[in-house]
Write a protein of this length. Sequence first.
Length: 147
Amino acid sequence: MGLKKTDKEEYAKMLYLDVNQKLTIKEIAQRATVRPNTVSGWIKKGGWEKLRKSLMVTRQKMITDLYDQLEWLNNDIKTRDIKVADAKEANTIAVITSSIKRLETETSIAEIFEVGTSFLDFIKPMDFDLYKKLIPVFDIFINSKLK
């Protein structure tokens, strides 16, 4: 059974956003089993170019920024006479800590993809034939995770 169009689009998006592989639109289309002009349309419609640039911000940078925000909020609370967070601040603290926990513990499809492509990049110079054989298997694996 083939992938649904939305799954193909999501996979093409992951391939496009993988700045390490630097795949062409044609290569992305082949791997996602769509036409190159379909991929081009998705890029424009979805604003993937802007998203690709924003991915330069790493997960660790986001976590560090959240810890900085939490520290700033807690330091601000300490300077007041009443050293307790109000309802809005308590909610902000809860949201920040929840975001930190999610970023530190969840494995996203993007991370699975990143590890897989790193592995493929590792194999490529050692055994190019194996690399070529693993690409379709990797594509099937990623597509299975999208369901």
